[in-house]
Write a protein of this length. Structure first.
Length: 326
């Protein structure tokens, strides 16, 4: 009588049970949820570093411009065509006629520093004897439900070729303005058409300014030169308030600390319901603050919790304030 073979035949590979599969999926989900913020933070850190490099490059261009011409460029140039009233004034803006230099179409500071950021060929496309051009800009959106252009079409092509060094990679932009708007501004102060009829503010830059390094008696390390001014804001994602080199009344590309002397201070990354105020502030899409270039060429990160007095005083080049910290 034969003894039965009690050795079991080898079985095939054992599969996962449904419970095991669900556990693995849950573990992967937890790991992703833990890693995603770290990845996002790493990407933002890289974008912020690129933004810092952009400001360093722009600050250096300002210094090189000053070395060549013995003065900083104007925040905006009110050309003879603008002052004489030849710039187009759309319906609703007739009140500009009461100010001799506050018409749409002034040429902003980026046009002047282009040769110092290796963009001489682009500057050659700009006719400084004509008014600037903007296909999309905030005033037109504000007064009309549709975008409308303003300025001399001769300068249209150049207006839509903004170099990447004028744009912060963290800034959020409407698809209409990705190639025509910048994210940086020069340091001005109170709203110019209220504080002074000639467009002069209390900062280094103002309309037709020609400030010199010697005018910064507070010290170049204590005075803002350039700040972030994202063309959109965290509260208004669909506005375009900072065209490449187009300036209307002293707003685009000029960061201010207040609407007029004695008014409430615009804090860093201001968010509010009045876009007319927000657009004049320094702002970014970086969490908790924004980058700013000092007059000595260094770049600092200014937090949203900065002391208001220090924030305002750092805009003034000749206020003789003592700054203890930023």
């Amino acid at each position: 009588m034969r003894v039965a073979n009690l050795v079991e035949a080898p079985r095939g590979p054992r599969g996962f049970t449904l419970v095991e599969l669900l556990v693995v999926i849950a573990i992967i989900g937890v790991l992703v949820s833990l890693l995603l913020p770290a990845v996002q933070q790493a990407r933002e850190a890289a974008r912020r570093m690129q933004c810092t490099n952009n400001l360093k490059q722009l600050a250096l261009s300002m210094h090189n411009y000053h070395d060549t011409l013995r003065a900083f460029p104007p925040a905006a140039l009110a050309s003879a065509n603008v002052v004489s009233g030849n710039a187009p004034v759309p319906p609703g803006h007739e009140w500009f006629s009461g100010y001799k230099v506050l018409y749409e179409g002034m040429i902003g500071w980026p046009a002047f520093v282009l040769p110092y950021v290796e963009q001489s060929a682009l500057q050659d496309q700009i006719d400084f004897n004509r008014v600037a051009y903007a296909e999309h800009w905030w005033d037109q959106w504000y007064y009309s439900p549709t975008w409308t252009a303003s300025g001399d079409p001769f300068n249209k092509a150049a207006s839509e070729l903004v170099p990447t060094s004028f744009q912060c990679p963290s800034s959020v932009k409407d698809s209409n303005i990705t190639r025509s708007h910048k994210d940086y501004a020069v340091a001005a102060r109170e709203m110019a058409e209220i504080s002074a009829r000639d467009g002069r503010g209390d900062g280094i830059f103002f309309t037709n300014s020609g400030s010199r390094m010697a005018d910064i008696i507070d010290g170049t390390s204590n005075t803002f030169l350039l700040l972030e001014q994202s063309t959109s804001s965290k509260g208004f994602m669909d506005r375009g308030s900072n065209p490449f080199f187009f300036v209307s009344h002293p707003c685009e590309g000029m960061a201010l600390t207040g609407f007029y002397p004695g008014a409430a201070v615009f804090p860093p990354n201001m968010v509010g319901s009045d876009w007319g105020l927000v657009m004049r502030s320094a702002r970014s899409f970086h969490p908790g603050g924004l980058n700013a270039a000092m007059a000595d060429g260094s770049v600092s990160y200014v937090t949203e919790t900065v002391d208001t007095t220090i924030w305002v005083n750092t805009f003034t080049p000749r206020g003789r304030e003592v700054l203890t910290t930023r």
